[in-house]
Design a protein around this ligand. Structure first.
Ligand SMILES: NC(=O)c1ccc[n+]([C@@H]2O[C@H](COP(=O)([O-])OP(=O)(O)OC[C@H]3O[C@@H](n4cnc5c(N)ncnc54)[C@H](OP(=O)(O)O)[C@@H]3O)[C@@H](O)[C@H]2O)c1
Length: 328
């Protein structure tokens, strides 16, 4: 079977290669084996290949924080998952054709779910939900401001905030995405820039912006914090700029709290039953088309280097996915 390995930390399309390895073998007690149907290339995977992610395992290593698979065999004692089921995997190292994992690490998925959307269920929809739920108790009508609003997380956040009755100010870096974000339910779409805080406050018409959400970091984080009302919260959860987050003394003086967010920490605070309930709900929303992450292109696993180059090009229309076992 084939899998992706990185032999060094560095430029992803230079250090990643598709290699032939032994099959995973049959499932042991409590295990399942599944064929990986699809995995996305997320910003965190790019950081992982570069050696800039918080996890930096010994090399060679296999990237891949999420995937969707079709179960081919289950071991003794596995009662809630059957061959043919679609599953997501809570564990890493998913850039591979086949996985053998503990059944307790699998998230069973509903039928009728598009496998490509299912491949992107584990990380971004849950991140958007927990960003909205874990830091500020939002009331209907409350304003939230977020940057990278055109990302998969940003798009899910627009929809989930709307469901809660909250209003969103969405900061982007290019004009052409505004109509699509408005169609998703974005109340306001603003281009980033030095005067963002003034434009954001104008757009909220004096109503307090209670929650700021940042995944650009650096000075962009400062602009989000300067947009948030006195006593508000800014959550920084990514760094598309590669910089560390900045906050002004003025914002600190206004009682703004800067917090960081990691999905794994947010899920770890919840019971397995709660985690499964979150994913069942989000999977239903993906199946019903309420949540959707646009896809720019798909690649076979043998073309992992081209897929990685594509995922970093910018200006695309969505995610790059890899289909390790052929078209789905
Ligand atoms: N902390 C966590 O647990 C967690 C979990 C999930 C995701 N994340 C983070 O969330 C962020 C979004 O992830 P995603 O998978 O949703 O992203 P994505 O769909 O791959 O989209 C990436 C987005 O970043 C924007 N972007 C790229 N470089 C930028 C720059 N230098 N300045 C401003 N914007 C830039 C792109 O803008 P265009 O649309 O204009 O190209 C695009 O909207 C990433 O930073 C990721 O690491 C964190």
């Amino acid at each position: 079977m084939k899998k992706v390995e990185i032999s060094d930390y560095g430029v992803p399309e230079n250090v990643a290669r598709c290699v032939e390895v032994a099959d995973v073998g049959p499932p042991g007690p409590g295990e399942i084996v599944f064929d990986v149907l699809a995995f996305p290339i997320n910003p965190a995977d790019i950081l992982f290949c570069r050696g800039n992610y918080r996890l930096r395992p010994p090399l060679p290593a296999t990237p891949g924080a999420e995937c969707v698979g079709r179960v081919v065999a289950v071991g003794s004692g596995v009662t809630d998952i059957r061959p043919g089921d679609l599953v997501a995997n809570m564990q890493r190292e998913n850039w591979v054709q086949r996985r053998r994992i503990s059944a307790s690490d699998a998230i069973p998925l509903p039928t009728g779910l598009d496998p490509l959307q299912a491949a992107m269920l584990r990380i971004n929809p849950a991140t958007a939900l927990l960003l909205l739920e874990d830091h500020v108790t939002l009331k209907p009508g409350d304003w939230v401001i977020q940057n990278v609003a055109n990302s998969a997380v940003g798009r899910h956040l627009i929809v989930l905030a709307k469901e809660k009755g909250a209003r969103t100010l969405n900061v982007v870096r290019r004009d052409d995405v505004a109509p699509e974000l408005k169609a998703l339910g974005a109340d306001v779409v603003l281009n980033d820039g030095p005067d963002l805080p003034a434009r954001a406050r104008d757009a909220a018409q004096g109503a307090p912006i209670r929650l700021g959400i940042d995944a650009v970091s650096g000075e962009a984080c400062k602009r989000i914090a300067d947009s948030v009302a006195d006593g508000g919260v800014v959550v920084t959860y990514g760094s598309m700029s590669g910089a560390d987050p900045v906050i002004s003394r003025l914002a600190l003086g206004r009682g703004i709290t800067l917090k960081s967010f990691m999905l794994g920490d947010g899920l770890a605070k919840r019971s397995l039953a709660q985690v499964r309930a979150i994913y069942a709900d989000l999977a239903g929303k993906l199946r019903d088309g309420k949540l959707n992450a646009p896809i720019d292109a798909t690649y076979p696993i043998e073309e992992i280097r081209a897929a990685l180059a594509h995922a970093q090009r910018g200006g695309g229309q969505g995610k790059v996915l890899v289909l390790p076992n052929g078209p789905v």
